[in-house]
Design a protein around this ligand. Structure first.
Ligand code: F6R
Length: 240
């Protein structure tokens, strides 16, 4: 795992955006795996600026998002589909029909997960996967557990994740208790992975990424088995 240590959040956003921009320039029809949450927002802003300056072109880009609350309507302003439209897709020249987010309003969650995996498999595969990291070490919504699941699946959110995400809702009670998430296998199949971590509260999780151990109690440690992972973190996350 390569480490890029940044001074602050702005530098993380810049470094992350530069890696994605490079990939988009080298491969105009590249496939991006994207994340929501607060961490990638600055990077998406930077990508929007680059697109406006005509440095990068999204017209041939395809995206697959990691996860979505379940159940939730895509029109709901708390949905990850809405988040992606607001924070990236509405502001760049991407064709929305090439942007995929698990459907949080699917009647049959299991069928939706199977269909999502099939879509990824039938694509040319994810070139770069963007990840944030949970305080508890989750990636996507692969929460700490005895077993981790390889494919896209319906999962229950842990209390720690519900508490961490309550900041986006009026109250903790409104946070959905379930989500659809790509599995660890889907994430590990990406050719390249960049993981962004910012802030003191990510310090413990970041330290577990940098020690020599793998544990399902910190799902992000599975990334140590991937040949091309870049951890982009700021001093607060690194030093605690
Ligand atoms: C979001 C996702 C989550 C977040 C993680 C960190 O699509 O998959 O794993 O990346 O919860 O969230 P923030 O960035 O809000 O701290």
């Amino acid at each position: 795992m390569e480490l890029i240590l940044c001074k602050n959040y702005d530098e993380i956003s810049e470094r992350g955006a530069n890696i994605i921009a490079r990939a988009m320039i080298d491969k105009p029809d590249c496939i991006l795996g994207l994340a929501t949450g607060s961490t990638p927002v600055g990077m998406y802003k930077r990508l929007i600026e680059m697109n406006r300056a005509s440095w990068i072109d999204f017209s041939r880009t395809t995206t697959f998002n990691l996860d979505e609350y379940y159940p939730i309507s895509p029109e709901n302003s708390q949905s990850y589909r809405y988040f992606m439209n607001e924070n990236l897709f509405n502001h760049v020249n991407i064709d929305k029909k090439n942007t995929y987010v698990p459907n949080g309003s699917a009647a049959d969650a299991e069928a939706e997960c199977k269909a999502y995996d099939a879509m990824i498999e039938n694509s040319r595969g994810i070139d770069i996967q963007v990840l944030g990291i949970g305080i508890n070490g989750h990636i996507g919504f692969n929460e700490p557990d005895e077993n981790l699941i390889t494919g896209t699946h319906l999962t229950a959110l842990t209390e720690s994740t519900i508490e961490a995400n309550a900041r986006f809702f009026d109250s903790k009670d409104e946070v959905p208790r379930h989500a659809l998430t790509m599995g660890i296998g889907s994430i590990m199949r990406a050719r390249k992975i960049i993981l962004l971590a910012s802030g003191k509260n990510k310090h413990d999780a970041v330290m577990k990424l940098l020690d020599g151990k793998l544990t399902t109690a910190c799902p992000a440690t599975m990334l140590k088995l991937h040949p091309d992972v870049i951890l982009i973190c700021d001093e607060a996350a690194y030093n605690g």
